[in-house]
Design a protein around this ligand. Sequence first.
Ligand code: AMP
Length: 547
Amino acid sequence: MLGLMQSQPLSISALLRHAARHHGTCEIVSKTVEGDLHRYTWSEAERRCRRLARALQGLGISAGDRVGTLAWNGYRHLEVYYAAPGMAAICHTINPRLHPDDIAYIVNHAGDAVLFAETSFTGLIEAIAPHIAGTVRAVVMMTDPAHMPVLPLPAGMKLLCYDTLIDGSDDDYAWPSFDENTASALCYTSGTTGRPKGVLYSHRSTLLHAYAANLADALALRAIDRVLPVVPMFHVNAWGVPYAAAMSGASLVMPGRHLDGPSLETLMNQERVTVTAGVPTVWMGLLQHLRGSGTRLDTVKRIITGGSACPPLLIEAFGREYGIPVEHAWGMTEISPIGTYNRPKPAHEALDEAGVFQLALKQGRILPGLDMKIVDGEDRELPWDGVAFGDLKIRGPWVTSGYYGDPPGSAVDAGGWFMTGDVATIDPNGMMEITDRSKDVIKSGGEWISSITLENIAVSHPDVVEAAVIAARHPKWDERPLLLVVPKPGATVTPESVLALYEGKVAKWWLPDEILVVDALPHTATGKLQKTALRSTYQDYYLTKLS
Ligand code: AMP
């Protein structure tokens, strides 16, 4: 027998309508590329989203079409975030920090019909335009007519101005209702080997994630909050903050492109920010600025950190010196992204100061709706004793089942578990702690670097027989690539000659900070590179050198 409750499909437009109707005067403040502060309300945002939906229709966008964005955190980006899924199209956020070849690959793989871009990316678009002409029909510059750039595009690809489009359309648009499993957003992750892979979210997964994220033991956004997502909207939907904020009616303070300590401190104090979320590298920059300038954060009540392990210093310094708790979360693009959040349980009430500090370093406990486990090499579940460590697996309604273009279910095992590529312990209270990573990548300042790509380029050197890249810990960027190369017998290899091979092939920030020429690399019994051995020898290389 079925229940007798109303079965309204969960939809992203309902979130926007809720924010506009019930929190219509709450603000969205954005630092623009031009440098000024734009401010309006959720109610005005909703009206402009309707105009944008009309404009998208005018551009021939219909249900299921992909709408690409190359944009910072700001109000126009937020409008695409809501307008595209609201009309059953898909908002495809693209990470502008990737190499142009990867960006072109992603746009083509997604089949983006229209590309929305901020003027900071004019040069990038000019460079990739010939390679995406087969799919992109129009590039919409997210600015006003006065700031439109000169941008030559291939024949058949239109150049449009965002504000002109909005001004030219009416808001006579009713958000349609459709199946809640309809795709809403697409985000590519480079967290795996090879080419980036697309994670395709649905309205249902997005809403369920937003509800769970807003629980009191997670992000817990409230109508009186003024939230500053430092985490970019092109990186897993800014951890779902744009949706969770609309759901709770919180005001949003969007930082635009400048995420350095002084810019963030000024914006946080000026705009009375109460909650903020971002990666540890950003918080290290902010901390350094606060300490150096003697400024404080007057209104910030919580700092949420995730994306890589939280350095103990952050928790200690923000807590002790500034009275601001740093809350630790863990997630992945494939998990929408929040999987765990660190909040205490009754068992933790008796902890002394040192115990509380140790606890805060853990990645946290699972959000309700999801489940997690750790397994050994034979996929046998390991005990939750805080000691046994194994591969972390996760499942639930906001976890991917397959990458874009692959069949549903192809990214999970027979039980529906998704292998995260993280290695973790889980303690008797269900607190998970990441101890290592089995996926072979480097995470620098919250962004991925593929070690395999770097190794493949290194071995294209005529005198290199073998190369290995490992993630070495770094005081500023969390991790940086360290490259080890083995010369052919009798040959001499200089680090400079290897470095020269990367020119034009990868983004500058992917370049290994150092290249070590060694006689041999360790191997497993089956002849594979023994990265674990390399990591234990070299993982503190930069820390030691820079200390
Ligand atoms: P992404 O898909 O780019 O968000 O990256 C997800 C990966 O980042 C995870 O699988 C982890 O390897 C890493 N990560 C995310 N949050 C944390 C955290 N709090 N501590 C350690 N690693 C993290």
